[in-house]
Design a protein around this ligand. Structure first.
Ligand code: AMP
Length: 375
């Protein structure tokens, strides 16, 4: 395997991106600004990322020949989604550096392995239990209590592959409906708010975290992110520290997101880790317009072996997702003063599909000598 600490790209070099969604598209645009080229690999001919790169590979992830040709065309490989098939990542890693390291996916593709990993670091999560049969589900309910959330171990996103169990009537049916026997049961967390930390780590081990983001979901899909999160400086520092410890423990190179719940424990706020996303993340989109360096640029810098930026936030930032039909309101958003509109160039606005987003920055007033007008 290639020694990743020796990856140093120069302008004109090419980054291979696995996945052709909006995250790949925004990564490629950030790379272009730094004089780096990208080649996108995606099985979907309508991939929005194809529109912004000169070279694309449209092939299945299992197509060994296409993977080998792709690896031959690029200098380093990254991914914009976490469900990269392990076999494809292995083929690519034998030929080019893959960053973040493909072995990280083994941890983050499986909710049980991920929660065990976080717990071993001494970081708190909701109570959880392995569920592999109706019997183990009943035992998990007896230990964790109800309500609880049953989640598939693999391939869950945006609330897909999960169900809330509220009563003891036929909990087994929830397992049948999930369509898999490989699941975890989590205690339902009566959270005060949801937050996330976007952290970047470079191969030399330095870490930069963006300010903590507060996230509002609708139907399990992120709707609005606000920065800074309405939490104390102490809790924000604790959240950033958790993200940093996770990045270090994974020996991570690139950007990751850690989603957390803020809970009230006997009158004191605390955070529980919900999920790790080993990639740039929707709750970091505000950084494109709301900070001097975006999450996408940080990721590109990290995998290029360049120094991470030290991002400055421009003010209080709101990011609103345009989901499904909401994209049809883009004309209204275009006329809102201070709004920056992003349209992902996807085809049909299916229900629940992320089609674009809008960022609004409330700029900081110039700081006063006594610091009173700082945001
Ligand atoms: P996930 O796919 O795990 O990120 O879950 C999607 C969303 O479902 C989260 O952002 C929460 O709003 C909600 N959720 C997930 N797990 C729990 C839980 N254990 N307790 C309460 N809400 C949850």
């Amino acid at each position: 395997m290639t020694d990743v600490s020796r990856v140093t790209l120069k302008p004109g070099d090419t980054i291979g991106i696995l996945g052709g969604g909006q995250l790949g598209r925004m990564l490629a645009m950030a790379a272009a600004r730094l004089g780096l080229r990208c080649q996108v690999f995606s099985p979907d001919p309508d991939s929005p990322a194809f529109d912004v790169v000169a070279n694309a590979t449209c092939a299945e992830y299992a197509d060994v020949e296409a993977l080998e040709l792709f690896a031959g065309d690029v200098d380093v490989i990254t991914y914009e989604f976490e469900n990269v098939p392990a076999a494809s990542a292995m083929i690519l890693a034998a030929r080019r550096p893959v960053l973040p390291d493909r072995r990280i996916l083994e941890t983050t593709q499986d909710r049980l392995i991920e929660k065990d990993f976080v717990t071993r670091l001494g970081i708190k999560t909701a109570d959880y239990a392995d569920v592999s049969s109706p019997q183990t589900l009943l035992a998990a309910i007896a230990r964790i209590g109800l309500p609880a959330v049953l989640k598939t171990r693999r391939f869950g996103y945006d609330g897909k592959g999960q169900a809330i169990i509220r009563s003891n009537d036929e909990p087994e049916r929830a397992l049948t409906d999930l369509g898999t026997k490989s699941a975890i049961l989590e205690a339902f967390v009566p959270f005060e708010r949801e937050i996330s930390v976007i952290a970047a780590r470079s191969a030399d081990g330095s870490v930069e975290c963006f300010d903590v983001t507060e996230n509002e979901h609708r139907d399990h899909i992120l709707k609005v992110s606000r920065v800074p999160a309405a939490i104390s400086d102490e809790l924000a520092a604790q959240a950033r520290d958790i993200a940093q410890r996770i990045a270090v423990a994974l020996d991570y190179v690139g950007v990751l997101a850690v989603e957390m719940f803020v809970v009230n424990r006997d009158g004191k706020p605390d955070v529980l880790v919900n999920e790790i996303a080993p990639r740039v993340h929707n709750s970091g989109h505000w950084t494109l317009d709301g900070a001097s360096i975006s999450q996408f640029e940080q990721h590109i810098r990290a995998i290029a072996g360049w120094p991470l930026g030290k991002p400055l936030r421009h003010g209080e930032v709101t990011m609103t997702n345009l989901i499904g039909d909401e994209i049809n309101s883009y004309g209204d958003w275009l006329t809102v003063q201070g709004a920056t509109v992003h349209i992902y160039g996807k085809g049909a606005p299916r229900q629940g599909r992320k089609m674009g987003h809008v960022t609004q920055v409330h700029h900081a007033k110039p700081a006063q000598p006594d610091g009173t007008d700082r945001i």
